[in-house]
Design a protein around this ligand. Structure first.
Ligand code: GDP
Ligand code: MG
Length: 166
């Protein structure tokens, strides 16, 4: 089994931390520079029975100018070409305008989307339940997976769920 996975989400939600954890320092090519390429392979995870290729897309955010608009279209097209989209959010921040904007962009994407709620080490379980409920109303996610990329909670389970979709 093998497949392409795109990780999207606002800055600082923990995308690089997650990739570092699953891929390891050696292979992961992390960059915080704005992306200009269409599909940038960030890391390849080779497991016994599968290969997961994590790619970076140009950031999804509200464009401030026409070039931004163009980059957004590139990012959206990329989402259609992958096997799975991981939409990562910060559990500490709740649902806001930034998340709403990304969800709007996901509406016409047929690729399955996992909502990955990161930084659960920072919040109370009751808050997590409320967050899951509010996200459930907004979009039909294929899975909603709470994790802590920093501490590793549930990361293995997320990888299993990813593999099931490949
Ligand atoms: P990115 O911009 O989405 O790639 O986010 P980064 O991976 O650079 O993470 C941004 C910040 O959040 C860093 O200071 C990380 O250490 C921190 N961070 C990432 N994941 C977690 C987590 O699960 N729990 C906590 N408490 N902090 C995290
Ligand atoms: Mg990053």
């Amino acid at each position: 089994k093998s497949g392409f996975i795109s990780i999207i989400g606002r800055p600082n939600v923990g995308k690089s931390t997650f990739l570092n954890r699953v891929i390891g320092q050696k292979i992961a090519i992390m960059s915080d520079k704005p992306q200009t390429t269409r599909n940038k392979v960030q890391g390849v995870l080779t497991l016994d029975d599968s290969q997961l290729i994590f790619i970076d897309t140009p950031g999804i955010h509200k464009p401030k100018h026409r070039l931004g608009d163009f980059m957004m279209k590139v990012a959206q097209n990329t989402l259609k070409e992958v096997d799975l989209v991981l939409f990562m959010v910060n559990a500490q921040e709740g649902y806001g305008r930034g998340e709403e904007f990304i969800i709007e962009k996901l509406q016409n994407v047929k690729t399955p989307v996992f909502l990955v709620i990161n930084k659960i080490d920072k919040i109370h379980p009751d808050e997590l339940i409320k967050l899951i409920e509010s996200y459930n109303e907004k979009f039909n996610f294929a899975e909603i997976v709470p994790i802590s990329a920093l501490e590793g909670n549930n990361v293995e389970k997320l990888l299993e769920q990813i593999k099931e979709r490949m």
